[in-house]
Design a protein around this ligand. Structure first.
Ligand code: UDP
Ligand code: MG
Length: 311
């Protein structure tokens, strides 16, 4: 029997929270009855600075049931920070992180616990199908996971943040102190015994996605720049290729002048490369700037979150 903690980041989730809490309470009771988890197991709801009634709902549930706990962050810090706040605060021999919106199948939690009891330190929930995600989200996500893989970032394909981690895996995770978190990139680096459970991702139970396009792009850029220097190498490679090409051009032009006495009086041939190279340079500086910015933010060692209230 293990003590289980379930960590749920919640941002403006008043529409789904009651249902989520009800289902999790039923699940805890059922797992307790089958003697897989003990009675101290709890659900930790992290309110990520919601503007709606999310915190009130959490408070009410916590008052009603001691297995429901609440953690209120001082303001909206984003999904990854809310998750780490929950993982750092929650108690338990194993912690499961899951979204509030019931898109991830609660049915596989029992399997995760079984696999953990059988020895796995990390159990990844992997989406078998993404039928319920829109075409745009599905296509961009899959393309992005491929790119990440190409850049040498180790990730579990089609796994988001639905996973179980043992206490020692959590401890290892806490040793990563970066402020710009990309948990699904860090966790595979921890090692330990891992296992996978597959599930079908459902529709959001209610409400709208709390991941705006902006937040999604932010997470995506972070995933690459936190784990890979391949973009910097690509830039260096591009620079080298262009330099070699220009050297060749110089030789060619000089030879043309000496041997053939003819040089093309081209306007295009001089202006087009200026635009092209200008564009490439700006892009390159931008990419490097992204990394420099990251260094800037990380060296400040700013705290990832503040807890305003805990119940
Ligand atoms: N979330 C959060 N802070 C944010 C945005 C989202 O804690 O700033 C939570 C949200 O409440 C949900 C989870 O992160 O539990 C995933 O968000 P969502 O379901 O909206 O993302 P999607 O499934 O559309 O990618
Ligand atoms: Mg969702």
């Amino acid at each position: 029997m293990i003590k289980l903690g379930i960590v749920i980041p919640c941002y403006n989730e008043e529409q789904v929270l009651s249902e989520t809490i009800a289902r999790l309470r039923a699940l805890l009771a059922q797992l307790c009855e089958s003697n897989k988890i003990n009675a101290d197991s709890a659900v930790y709801l992290v309110d990520d600075g919601s503007q709606d009634n999310t915190w009130k709902l959490i408070q009410a549930s916590a008052a009603e049931d001691s297995r429901i706990r609440g953690i209120k962050l001082s303001r909206n810090r984003g999904h990854q920070s809310a998750l780490i706040a929950g993982l750092e605060t929650a108690e338990g021999d194993a912690l499961i992180s899951i979204d509030a919106d019931l898109q991830d199948d609660l049915g596989v939690i029992e399997k995760m616990v079984d696999l953990h009891i059988a020895g796995a330190d990390i159990v990844y929930g992997v989406r078998e199908s993404r039928k319920t995600d829109g075409f745009f989200k599905r296509a961009t996500a899959e393309f992005y996971y491929r790119i990440l893989g190409r850049m040498g970032v180790q990730i579990v394909f089609n796994h988001a943040d639905y996973r179980l981690m043992s206490r020692r895996a959590i401890k290892a995770l806490m040793a990563y102190s970066e402020v710009n978190l990309f948990l699904r990139g860090i966790v595979p680096q921890l090692g330990y015994t891992t296992a996978v459970v597959a599930y079908d991702r459902g529709e959001r139970f209610a409400g709208e996605s709390k991941y705006s396009l902006r937040k999604m792009i932010g997470l995506a850029v972070n995933g690459i720049t936190s784990f890979s220097v391949v973009p910097l190498r690509l830039i260096a490679g591009l620079g080298l290729a262009i330099s070699l090409f220009s050297l060749f051009m110089i030789v060619w032009v000089v030879l043309g002048k000496i041997l053939l006495h003819s040089v093309m009086p081209g306007w295009a041939s001089s202006v087009v490369p200026i635009y092209l190279l200008g564009g490439i340079q700006l892009l390159s500086v931008g990419v490097i700037g992204e990394y420099v910015g990251k260094i800037y933010l990380e060296t400040k060692r700013r705290p990832r979150y503040f807890i305003e209230e805990e119940i």
